[in-house]
Design a protein around this ligand. Structure first.
Ligand code: PGA
Length: 259
């Protein structure tokens, strides 16, 4: 079962997630970190930057990227990650890998899977979740065994992301995304979600049946998952009281991520 940590807000969640990453970095300075984009991971990146960790040996692998945007386009995930993650944390773009870089789209999936394996695999993958349960750009119906590939974005996801573009027409139709099978291969997963609009997706991911209809439920097939949510996103969890109780009463010798 995933460890579920319910905190007051996104900043508190960022502190806990940054604590987990810092612990991994202590053990393993050449950490391979899977990084997500969107608003969800930003408090984690900010909290990590405050700790001023030594990231000189870290390599980051993005969860996904649009197809067809120039790397310097302000909404390309290469640019978003440079702005939100690389710059504040001092990780140069050369150590932030994204699917589709320098290869034809048709070869991008296999090339990315190879690059992850050559880096030794992803140690810790940060994840957000969509209101429909998607993780990365794995929309409902994505195979639980899928690997990095090109996907067509749903109308809903394009509409959700249109706020970052001048118009809906400017939102790309296609994306590269790590697959759910790729995500399962990471050694540890940290899934973050905030706000009542994520409550149903979180309940489905943590407690619902494992199903490609709710891609986030793939976390139930993984042995090392930490879910960090605010009270609003925890609102539909049947076992919320137990998660609060377990977190408050965690054994002293257990990793204290909130240090
Ligand atoms: P958000 O997106 O972080 O902007 O809420 C998460 C997602 O859709 O995966």
């Amino acid at each position: 079962m995933a460890e579920v940590i319910i905190v007051d807000d996104a900043d508190a969640a960022g502190q806990v997630a940054a604590g987990l990453i810092a612990l991994e970095l202590d053990r393993h300075p050449a950490l391979v970190l899977g990084v997500a984009t969107g608003s969800t991971p930003n408090s984690t990146y900010r909290a990590l930057a405050e700790r001023r960790p030594d990231l000189s040996q870290l390599t980051a692998f993005a969860l996904d990227e649009y197809v067809g945007l120039e790397p310097r386009h302000p909404q390309s995930y290469a640019e978003v990650l440079r702005r939100e993650f690389g710059e504040p944390l001092g990780v140069p773009a050369s150590r932030i890998r994204l699917p589709g870089q320098g290869v034809a789209p048709v070869d991008a999936g296999a090339a990315y899977e190879r690059a992850i394996v050559e880096a030794g695999g992803i140690d810790l993958q940060i994840l957000g979740i969509g209101t429909d349960g998607h993780v990365g750009f794995n929309e409902p119906g994505s195979s639980l065994a899928s690997l990095t590939r090109v996907k067509t974005l749903t109308e809903q996801t394009r509409a959700d992301n249109a706020r970052f573009f001048d118009s809906l027409d400017d939102v790309p139709l296609h994306c590269f995304t790590q697959g759910l099978g790729t995500i399962r291969r990471a050694r540890a997963l940290v899934l973050l979600a905030f706000g009542a609009e994520k409550a149903e997706a979180i309940a489905g991911a943590v407690e619902g049946p494992v199903s490609s209809s709710l891609p986030g439920s793939v976390i139930q097939l993984h042995p090392n998952v930490t879910v960090i949510v605010d009270e609003a996103a925890a609102g539909r969890l049947a076992n919320g009281d137990y998660y609060r109780y377990a977190w408050q009463n965690r054994p002293e010798w257990a990793i204290d991520a909130s240090l």
